[in-house]
Ligand binder design. Sequence first.
Ligand SMILES: Nc1ncnc2c1ncn2[C@@H]1O[C@H](COP(=O)(O)OP(=O)(O)OP(=O)(O)O)[C@@H](O)[C@H]1O
Length: 247
Amino acid sequence: MSHIELENASVSFPVYNASSRSLKNRVLGLSTGGIINKQDDGLLVVRGLSNVTLKIAHGERIGLVGHNGAGKTTMLRLLSGIYKPTEGHSHIEGQCVSLINISLGIDPEATGWENIRLRAAMMGMSKSDLDRQIDAVAEFTGLGDFLNMPLRTYSTGMQLRLAFSISTAIRPEILIMDEWLSTGDEDFKKKADRRLKEIVDSTHILILASHSRELLQKNCTRIVWLDHGTIRADGPMEHILPEYFGS
Ligand SMILES: Nc1ncnc2c1ncn2[C@@H]1O[C@H](COP(=O)(O)OP(=O)(O)OP(=O)(O)O)[C@@H](O)[C@H]1O
């Protein structure tokens, strides 16, 4: 059974090249960003998340909301194991795929085929799994002979097709997303939508950070509301969304 637990977890980013002289305490009153602290040694630290305790069980569909800089992306990275808490603990049980930043091509000099292999390796896909799936992934991209060309010769839409096709070839137990990846031209969008929906439906745990009420309403049953790196509210979608967006 997949599950995730955070216990008093914090994520802080030390900032080495900023001056603390111009810092005013009023940053605390701002509606944007995490909390800026000055340590005893004078080092500035931005707290992306502070003391977060959270349990996510098998079957849950979680939506993350909050103002710009509230800590959503930091939380997604923590929940997908990209970040470790700088204080506190995190425990993640289940194979996790994160569809954050998939638009990035990996190596512009490598061909489409090579980039498929690179991304598969980065996602932790085994060689035998990839060998079994690579033809289907290539077919899904619709890129044909361009797969033999270096990525730098692709348009942005073509790069997205490649990234999307390989990133969604796995059926993960935990799926982490920050937007609905509707990419490409009309034709591709339709099949991309279908594939994304299949993955969202089959995953054990979904975690979706979004500013879109409609997207959250459609896909999530529980909402976690972040505010300056802490949890301001956590509860059923029908209760929290009207509170957050206003009814
Ligand atoms: N690499 C970093 N170095 C320093 N500070 C960081 C870093 N990453 C995030 N932060 C800080 O952590 C806080 C939370 O950022 P995060 O990206 O998690 O917010 P968010 O809720 O995803 O915001 P948005 O809705 O604007 O995308 C912000 O104050 C940000 O400045």
